[in-house]
Design a protein around this ligand. Sequence first.
Ligand code: SAM
Length: 205
Amino acid sequence: MTARFPGTDGYAAEAPHLLERYEAIPFEKAHAAMLTLIPQAPGHVLDIGAGTGRDAAYLADLGHRVTAVEPTDELRRGAQTLHPSPFIDWIADGLPFLSSIAHRRDEFDLIMITAVWMHLNESERRQAMPVVAALLKPGCPLIMSLRHGPVPDGRRMFEVGAEETTGLAAAEGLRPMMNFVSHALQDDNRRAGVTWTRLAFVKSP
Ligand SMILES: C[S@@+](CC[C@H](N)C(=O)[O-])C[C@H]1O[C@@H](n2cnc3c(N)ncnc32)[C@H](O)[C@@H]1O
């Protein structure tokens, strides 16, 4: 069940609240600086830790086929109800191994791992990066975000920097394209001093 994936602590209990909270910020606002990296031609997108499906639904509406991986049963089921798109394939799986999709040999035109990576500890992050990189087509982008600041009660979260992430990515042939820090979009998080590192990489051809 949900608990077999590291990093999911706290999400099942909060799912009803999060299904409203995450949906309140539109994709264009959540990922404003990354919009130019979203492929224009219809392709296959992998959204890892897809949460309430906000991003998967937006990308499906653009014409992409989306594989949405979400380990928390309560979020995944709620997301499927909120966004019943035939272009979203929901999968109960999680980092670091993504076992149910890693063996399929699919390659993706875009991978999103937003607000997820800092839930993994260092050894899980080391295990996960090669798995993720192998799923990305050459020349295509990986978009990530890392949360900094006070950890919400009940969550498992680590302080993860851009430098470590860029190093892990470089070892897998992922070249940095964007790296900046922004304030939180949610008022309560901004007041609490939460900031985000936003990263994008492209896989070398
Ligand atoms: C802060 S939410 C982000 C949701 C969505 N990506 C977004 O940007 O709104 C973190 C999500 O990561 C998921 N998660 C936690 N541990 C994970 C893991 N090991 N593998 C994949 N997803 C995980 C949680 O269940 C939750 O849906």
